[in-house]
Each structure stands twice: as C-alpha cells, then as structure tokens.
Design a protein around this ligand. Structure first.
Ligand SMILES: CC(C)(COP(=O)(O)OP(=O)(O)OC[C@H]1O[C@@H](n2cnc3c(N)ncnc32)[C@H](O)[C@@H]1OP(=O)(O)O)[C@@H](O)C(=O)NCCC(=O)NCCS
Length: 180
C-alpha cells in the first residue's frame, strides 16, 4: 500500500459502518509497520510503554506468532472505495504459567474516542474465550486515562498497582456457547 493512499485517509466522522475487525496475518507486516510509523509519538509511547523506533520489527513481531494457537493480533480496518487502511491493532498472548491472556492495544489518533478500541476489546475477549481462556489481565501506566477508561468500560477491574507507576487490571471471561 502506498504512502499516498494512506495520506488520503478520510475524515473519520462517518466511519462507523465501514470499520471491520479481522485477524492479522503475514501479509499485514508492511501496512502495520506504516500504521505504527504514523501514530503520534504520544500514542506510540503509550502503546509500547516507552519509545520504539523499529516499527518494521515490531510489526513483524505482531504477526510472527499468529500461527501459534494462543497468540493473535487483531486489526481494525477502515474500508472505503475498495481501499483498506489499518486504524487500530491489538496484540494478544496467553501466558500458560500465569493462566491468563495479556494484551496491548492502539487506535490511530484521528479515530480515537469513536468506539474502535471497545470494538477491538470485545472481539479480543470473544476470540480468547473461544480458545478456552478464562482470564485476561494487563498493565498500563497509572497516568493513562484512556486505557484505564477503556478497560473500565470493557468490564475490567483494577487488581493492583505495579512498579514504574503502572496499574494492573483483569477480567474473567464468560464462556462462549460454542467454545470447546
Ligand atoms: C486506549 C485506546 C486504545 C482507546 O481506544 P479508543 O478507540 O479511543 O476507545 P473507545 O472510543 O472505544 O472508548 C471507549 C471508552 O474508553 C474510555 N476512554 C477512551 N478515551 C478516553 C480518554 N481520552 N479519557 C478518558 N476515557 C477514555 C471511555 O470510557 C470511552 O467510552 P466513552 O467514549 O463512551 O466515554 C486509545 O486511546 C489509544 O490508542 N491510546 C494510546 C495507546 C495506549 O494507551 N494503549 C494502551 C496501552 S497498551
């Protein structure tokens, strides 16, 4: 996908009906790398809980384990006039020892506060539940009001404070009807 197409991303005001959540695969590495590059520094630093500049590597990491049954990356795509642009991502990994899933999430700056994050959280929980996972836990900076707000709205509860000014939160998943 060319930079020009991405530069032409339209105003998000009427985007609701054209946003789709899907699983990432190896063919998404380049687009995902461009997506990370185009995030504001603030959003990117919050997503990675610190600075990262190796976006091609990060994007490759996001899809590297998608064939692993307990890892997946979901992408939110904005589709218009036959073109698709990544506007959000969430990476999920199951920790078999701790017996819970962990995740990181981001939404492109101009699409934030339009419900995309919550849509991805809901899709992630459903997918994790289908895999038979019973709990999702995560950590974010205490100062990250967006993530704390999103987690609360998605039904997560604060489970404690971590080092480096972080906060832990978790949610027990309800079993999906067709889960094995
Ligand atoms: C956190 C993030 C993914 C939220 O995505 P989003 O698409 O903007 O979230 P939604 O629009 O679905 O918001 C859902 C709820 O989250 C809360 N929320 C979202 N943004 C918020 C903000 N800036 N301040 C307070 N609460 C906020 C609200 O409760 C909101 O519901 P409401 O709009 O009905 O009040 C996004 O802000 C982001 O990419 N942040 C930078 C990366 C990051 O911090 N990732 C988390 C660490 S991995």
């Amino acid at each position: 996908m060319s930079q020009l197409l991405l530069d032409a991303v339209v105003e998000p005001t009427e985007a609701k009906d054209t946003i789709c959540i899907r699983a990432a695969d190896a063919s998404d590495v380049e687009s995902l790398s461009i997506y990370f590059t185009r995030l504001s520094t603030t959003t990117r630093n919050k997503r990675f809980m610190g600075a990262r500049a190796d976006f091609a590597v990060v994007a490759a990491e996001c899809v590297a384990k998608v064939s692993h049954p307990d890892h997946f990356t979901l992408l939110a795509e904005f589709r218009q006039e036959g073109r698709s642009t990544i506007i959000g991502e969430t990476r999920y990994a199951y920790d078999a020892i701790a017996r819970h899933g962990d995740f990181a999430i981001s939404v492109a700056d101009i699409f934030q506060r339009k419900g995309v994050g919550l849509q991805m959280m809901t899709a992630m929980e459903k997918h994790a539940s289908h895999l038979g996972h019973e709990m999702i836990a995560a950590e974010t900076a205490r100062a990250n009001a967006e993530m704390r707000g999103l987690a609360k709205k998605a039904g997560f509860e604060v489970t404690g404070l971590g080092g480096w000014q972080s906060v832990h939160f978790a949610k027990r998943l309800s079993r999906q009807p067709d889960a094995q």
